[in-house]
Design a protein around this ligand. Structure first.
Ligand SMILES: NC(=O)C1=CN([C@@H]2O[C@H](COP(=O)(O)OP(=O)(O)OC[C@H]3O[C@@H](n4cnc5c(N)ncnc54)[C@H](O)[C@@H]3O)[C@@H](O)[C@H]2O)C=CC1
Ligand SMILES: N[C@@H](CC=O)C(=O)O
Ligand code: NA
Length: 438
């Protein structure tokens, strides 16, 4: 049940859970822009409480609002909206279920929670007629969730593809443009507030996979969990990979790709996250630092591109505040925003079936017959090569091959077999390639 209907124009009371990088900015904006927000909503937003772990670390939050008891705060009947910016799966799942079950609206930036427990949260929201908004959970400040759930609700989306993790994009940009080392770039991304509390979530691709799960779910009206997204991070991307990409006119980017695909006369969803070599002329190749950019392709709309800051306290707080205004407006008119839409219920395509092109660099013997042996291994697997180059380096040589499209599993097996050839010393770089190479 919703809390008691409020008198029109009465305050909308907001509880904020967590006052870290994002939460502290949410509280600041609420306190600094209160009058303007009230004018836009038609009622004041009143900060009812801020749950934190260590109250003495938050001098900018009025002391009377601070509490260490988040469970008591979300259960308070006078709280209309709960903003969750703690992160992680627990106790956030339990806290948000408590809020939703008593009819409070929820605004969250927590993609990990949504990708893992989205259906349970949606069900609780539906049962109570409460709002569940999460614009900040994907691509930070960029309006993307609302455009997909609302503006494109009348269209048929075929593809959502882009850079959705600011930390890894920051690291890859620093490595390729300034020659900064991986560890140093990660430390700087953490210092700037881009990285997750545990940055392995960023570098191992978990964060991008959670975002891909959310995008695939709302884009294709199908429940896609984080465990159904193929995930490869950037921890294995080396300076040699970045050099190899540069040699063929490419940059390395970590992409999330969600597609509606045809499988055996029916439709399925493919959702995957992995590094790719992208030609420098590709629009996503120029997206640097903590910026994100996402293409959405829809049957009638055509190709749309969304670009902007994908991480950071203030940009993410902007998305949270936008949701807060939306749910407050809904509340005042007694309405509700979109709930879960999972009617299509499409199967998820296994990664092994996804068509891909690979760029493979090998250290090989510099002698005749090696190229033929390598080409023979590709041919035996039915994989055709679009480009091959061999560069002598004294006693050994570097051999680079770019394949035509083949099923991902076939390519992966072929590369493993190449590594077994006597003439191959080492497989130095393997990466998927996208777009037209020069
Ligand atoms: N930092 C960013 O650029 C973005 C973050 N997000 C998401 O926003 C959420 C918050 O991220 P950040 O602010 O960066 O994290 P953070 O680690 O800076 O802040 C989280 C805060 O919650 C507090 N906290 C932990 N458990 C608590 C509890 N039980 N009760 C009260 N407070 C508790 C922590 O002490 C910390 O201050 C995460 O879900 C993250 O994935 C989303 C988009 C961008
Ligand atoms: N750690 C995330 C924060 C925003 O979602 C990122 O780097 O993108
Ligand atoms: Na967003």
């Amino acid at each position: 049940m919703r809390p008691d209907a409020r008198e029109v124009g009465g305050p909308v009371r907001v509880a904020v859970l967590g006052a870290g990088v994002v939460g502290s900015q949410v509280v600041r904006l609420l306190l600094e822009h209160g009058n303007e927000l009230a004018a836009r909503i038609g009622a004041p937003l009143e900060l009812a409480g801020v749950a934190v772990r260590r109250p003495n670390r938050h001098p900018d939050v009025p002391a009377a609002l601070l509490t260490t008891d988040a469970a008591a705060l979300v259960a308070r009947p006078d709280v209309d909206v709960v903003v969750e910016v703690i992160g992680g799966l627990e106790p956030t799942r339990e806290l948000l279920l408590t809020a939703l079950r008593r009819g409070a609206a929820v605004v969250t930036a927590n993609k990990a929670l949504l990708a893992e427990h989205g259906p349970e949260l949606y069900e609780a929201a539906d049962a109570a007629g409460a709002d569940l908004y999460f614009e900040a959970a994907v691509a930070g400040a960029i309006p993307l969730i609302r455009p997909i759930r609302e503006s494109l609700a009348g269209d048929r989306i075929s593809r959502i593809m882009g850079i959705v993790n600011g930390t890894t994009n920051f690291i890859l940009s620093a490595m390729s443009q300034q020659g900064v080392g991986y560890g140093e770039a990660l430390a700087e991304a953490t210092r700037l507030g881009y990285a997750e509390a545990d940055p392995t979530a960023d570098v191992d691709g978990f964060d991008a996979a959670a975002k891909a799960a959310i995008l695939a779910s709302i884009g294709f009206h199908t429940r896609v969990g984080a465990d159904q997204v193929h995930r490869e991070g950037i921890a294995g991307v080396t300076a040699a990979d970045i050099r190899a990409a540069r040699e063929i006119g490419c940059v390395v980017k970590l992409l999330a790709i969600c597609e509606r695909v045809s499988v055996g006369g029916g439709e399925a969803v493919s959702a995957r996250v992995h590094p790719v070599m992208l030609p420098v002329a590709h629009p996503l190749a120029g997206v640097d630092g903590a910026y994100n950019a996402v293409y959405v392709e829809a049957e009638s709309a055509g190709r749309l591109m969304f670009y902007g800051p994908g991480a950071g306290g203030a940009p993410t707080a902007s998305a949270v505040l936008g949701d807060l205004v939306a749910v407050a407006r809904n509340r005042l008119v007694g309405g509700r925003g979109p709930g879960e839409s999972a009617h299509a219920d499409l199967p998820v395509q296994p990664m092994g079936e996804v068509p891909a092109r690979y760029h493979v660099s090998l250290d090989v013997d510099d002698r005749s017959g090696v190229l033929a042996a390598v080409a023979g291994a590709f041919a035996a697997a039915g994989v055709s090569i679009s480009d091959v180059r061999q560069m002598g380096r004294g006693t050994d040589a570097q051999l680079v091959a770019v394949t035509h499209t083949a099923p991902d599993a076939v390519l992966a097996t072929t590369v493993a077999q190449l590594g077994e050839l006597p003439a191959v010393h080492r497989v130095t770089s393997v990466m998927r390639v996208m777009g037209e190479l020069r």
